[in-house]
Design a protein around this ligand. Structure first.
Ligand code: NAD
Ligand code: DAU
Length: 339
């Protein structure tokens, strides 16, 4: 089979490319990525030279490029990871989120229709469900939870999900969607909570925790997300949504303290800063559908995953120091300067 992976030079996409090539070496992979600020060919180093892996630079919202690519390559499965993914950036500059996350998804699905692709898999997020209150630990997101978005990012992802389901019903496009909770692990771009805190703590810099640090996220080690997507795109029922998460809820402040313990750094580095506008309070996934239908369960405990992640950042300084030395160095001042 030929599998087209979009956004494969990003955090989850790069982990997914490694996962697929290790678990299904009999297949052929084509990775398409625009290499925005978040895309990094260094994250694909382990797979780039393999004979059954090809990288093509391109924009999923560029219809001529995508049509030409599909006409030439005729993929059997398309897994769409490409997106603008950072909530804070969607607050300061929403437009590119709409273009990539919504129009890009539509352009890909039109090409899937035209070239008879067997499965279009959309990598979505639990953020489409909005948030849950802190005082109702009994509540979880199920696939029936109504969509109720908070940020331009989550609104763009929910819009894409609606389009995907509309293409399934109207055009009978064989689609699937996974909605996953927060991932962490290798190749995570250092603008996101966990890698930001690791890289700043290593430099003895202040750690900006939004609000009181009470917000809760349901953390999933990235390889567990990859195994879920692999199962759903190959064996999941067409037209279905599957929630992915591992009952690993942690308040942000506890995540930051766990990182400091791993690095043997003092909690005095923590600085509470002005909250994110519209900040979702709690995410918590009920993964019983994917467990019952496909037997999926996460395998990495948070304590092991965070230790492994911290070690990865210690062992791969060049990877993130190159990012911090580039264009990204202006981002921190722009985003946090007046907080
Ligand atoms: P990321 O920002 O690290 O990577 C996104 C990748 O998409 C980058 O390589 C970027 O260059 C590429 N890209 C952006 N615009 C593009 C375009 N127009 N055409 C082609 N490529 C483009 O994101 P991530 O954290 O790896 O997330 C991947 C997917 O998973 C996203 O769809 C995101 O919504 C979803 N998701 C992320 C998480 C998480 O915790 N990170 C959780 C659930 C779902
Ligand atoms: O739930 C899945 C989502 O998880 C994905 O769809 C998104 O693409 C991904 O970025 C992530 O969104 P979050 O907004 O939850 O992740 P982020 O790492 O930006 O923030 C995690 C929590 O930490 C959130 O409550 C905000 C807080 N935070 C974040 C940053 C960057 C801070 O307190 N300080 C910070 O500097």
């Amino acid at each position: 089979m030929k599998i087209l992976i979009t956004g494969g030079a990003g955090f989850i996409g790069a982990n997914f490319c490694e996962y697929e090539l290790a678990h299904h070496p009999e297949d052929t992979y084509l990775c398409v990525d625009a290499l925005t600020y978040a895309g990094n060919l260094a994250s694909l180093e382990k797979v780039l030279s393999l004979p059954n892996f090809t990288f093509v630079r391109g924009d999923i919202a560029d219809r001529a490029f995508i049509n030409d690519l599909f006409a030439r390559e005729k993929p059997d499965i398309v897994a769409n990871f490409a997106a603008e993914s950072h909530v804070d950036r969607s607050v300061t500059d929403p437009e590119v989120f709409l273009r990539t996350n919504i129009i890009g998804t539509q352009v890909l699905m039109d090409a899937c229709r035209q070239y008879g692709v067997g499965r279009f898999h959309q990598v979505s997020t639990d953020e489409v469900y909005g948030d849950l209150p802190l005082d109702r630990p009994d509540l979880f997101f199920t696939e029936q939870t109504p969509l109720h978005t908070s940020s331009p990012y989550s609104a763009s992802k929910a819009s894409a999900d609606l389009l995907v389901l509309a293409y399934a019903r109207t055009f009978k496009l064989p689609v699937s969607i996974t909605r996953c909770s927060n991932n962490y692990g290798p190749y995570h771009f250092p603008e996101k909570l966990i890698p930001l805190m690791i890289t700043r703590a290593l430099a003895d810099q202040s750690l900006p925790v939004y609000g009181k640090g009470e917000n809760v996220r349901d953390w999933l080690y990235v390889e567990d997300h990859c195994s879920a997507i692999d199962l759903v795109m190959r064996k999941g029922r067409a037209g279905e949504v599957y929630n992915v998460g591992g009952h690993n809820e942690r308040a942000n402040i506890d995540v930051v303290k766990a990182i400091l313990r791993e690095l043997d750094k003092p909690e005095t580095l923590i600085t509470f800063v002005t909250d994110r506008p519209g900040h979702d309070m709690r995410y918590a996934i009920d993964p019983s559908k994917i467990n019952a239908e496909l037997g999926w369960l996460p395998t990495t405990r948070f304590e092991d995953g965070i230790r492994h992640t911290v070690q990865w950042y210690l062992d791969n300084r060049k990877w993130w120091e190159n990012i911090l030395a580039g264009e990204y160095q202006h981002y921190y001042t722009a985003m946090y300067g007046n907080r």
